[in-house]
Design a protein around this ligand. Structure first.
Ligand SMILES: [Zn+2]
Length: 444
């Protein structure tokens, strides 16, 4: 097995990450080709041919592949190359595009956590395997995709998957998991993202009667809208236990049969992150965000509306969400509900698979005592494209050991985003291990 020392891995992954961080790929506008050419130079120096595949020249994706013998499962390692924009550059302690390595072992920059760290680790893993002459039983594919953070321009994986049916792999690893949770009872869990909730934004329009604003009226649609929004704030959504949700509770507090609300609360008491995020993994969430009222200040409108960012569990249909919205909003005021987009995302992969077991095997070797903890993400990433287009068993997993040490402001999308070299080495080692072990085991 290819198993370099920590210092050899650091010598590979740190400079590559620094170069990626120095390539400003803030999206919008993206300019991900800057990162793609950095990766291309690095991978081709390792003897791995690369393709840049672009719908717009400035927004290239990169694909590289070690061809397998066709006897085993194929694996795609994915990493998006864009980053969210920096709104507060003067407040950063080090430049957001500096790629600085500080004396404490942190590499700084926008994307150090989300997710140039992982993109670099995956590139190093495939490069080292290519350099060693390793031949897998199934193809090992590396994809560095554009436009994940914004995702609306049809230049990243949403476009690429239609152009490149050869990206169909049995398994994939992308962002979304690997967070290490030290529980109040002493246990250690590492998140494995097996699915994501779907986004299904809704527009609720409340109906009233128009009039002159100089004569106030209780039929003012804006006043009625405030009542409706208050109800959304008070609403206690119904709980649903998905297979991943069941596994989560089993791991945390034992069987979830019985009082579900109590089980979720008990699980939440084990870690602040669980307390904050676990409830949303068992229900629809409805967050009112954008408001529209009268077009003129002196006109009482007959219609006023609120856009709701709704996130539903995998398998929830628009009619089911509409029924839930109606339960939340009541039936004594007149309103209309419209869905603004098709449901996006909302897919899951099996909680158990050879790759999930390999993740546990890696922890047993390199983080003994830690247990893989399958989660359904409340957010969003590209894994659902792999599941929908290719039926891939798509996970988010990039294990970290020290990320819990650093401040809230060092994390994804935050000021002072940074990653520790030990974490970079640890996750690079994981990807090397996963690719080689998966090649050894048979199909699921
Ligand atoms: Zn990301």
């Amino acid at each position: 097995m290819v198993e370099p020392s920590d210092s050899d891995l650091a010598r590979e992954v740190v400079p590559l990450l620094q170069d990626l961080l120095r390539a400003d790929t803030s999206n919008p506008p993206g300019h991900e080709t800057r990162a793609a050419v950095v990766l291309k130079a690095y991978l081709e120096a390792a003897g791995l041919p690369c393709e840049l595949v672009a719908r717009e020249p400035e927004r290239a994706n990169l694909i590289a592949r070690i061809e397998g013998t066709g006897e085993g499962p194929s694996l795609a390692l994915l990493g998006h190359t864009d980053v969210v924009p920096v709104e507060d550059a003067p407040d950063w302690e080090r430049g957001p595009f500096s790629g600085d390595l500080d004396d404490n072992g942190y590499v700084w920059g926008r994307g150090a956590v989300d997710m140039k760290n992982q993109t670099a680790a995956r590139a190093v893993a495939i490069a080292l395997l290519a350099r060693s002459g390793w031949r897998p039983r199934g193809d090992l594919v590396f994809v560095a995709q554009a436009d994940e953070e914004d995702g609306t321009h049809q230049v990243g994986l949403t476009w690429l998957r239609h152009q490149r049916p050869d990206l169909a792999c049995d398994y994939s690893l992308d962002e979304g998991g690997g967070m290490r949770l030290e529980l109040a009872d002493g246990r250690v869990l590492v998140t494995l993202n097996v699915g994501e909730k779907a986004t299904l934004p809704a527009l609720v329009t409340v109906l009233g009667e128009a009039g002159h604003a100089s004569v106030p009226s209780p039929s003012n649609a804006v006043l009625r809208l405030s009542t409706i929004i208050g109800r959304l704030g008070q609403y206690q959504p119904e709980r649903t236990v998905t297979p991943a949700g069941r596994r989560m509770l089993e791991l945390l507090v034992g069987s979830p049969d019985g009082n579900l609300e109590e089980a979720i609360a008990r699980a939440g008491s084990l870690h602040p992150w669980l307390e904050r995020t676990l409830p949303a993994r068992f229900c629809t969430t409805i967050s009112p965000t954008r408001l529209t009222g009268s077009p003129a200040r002196n006109v009482i409108p007959s219609r006023a509306s609120v856009e709701c960012d709704c996130r539903v569990l995998p398998g929830t249909t628009p009619p089911q969400l509409e029924a839930e919205l109606r339960r939340a909003l009541g039936d004594d005021l007149a309103y209309e509900i419209a869905f603004l987009e098709e449901p996006t995302g909302g897919t899951t992969s099996p909680v158990d698979s050879p790759l999930a077991r390999i993740c546990q095997e890696f922890l047993d070797r390199h983080d003994p005592g830690a247990t893989v903890f399958p989660t359904i993400s409340t957010g969003f990433n590209d894994s659902h494209f792999m599941r929908e287009s290719f039926g891939t068993t798509a996970y988010g997993f990039s294990p970290f050991r020290r990320s819990a040490d650093i401040d809230e402001d060092a994390r994804a999308h935050a000021r002072n985003e940074r990653v520790h070299v030990e974490d970079l080495v640890h996750t690079t080692r994981f990807h090397l291990f996963a690719a080689q072990r998966l090649s050894e085991v048979g199909r699921a």
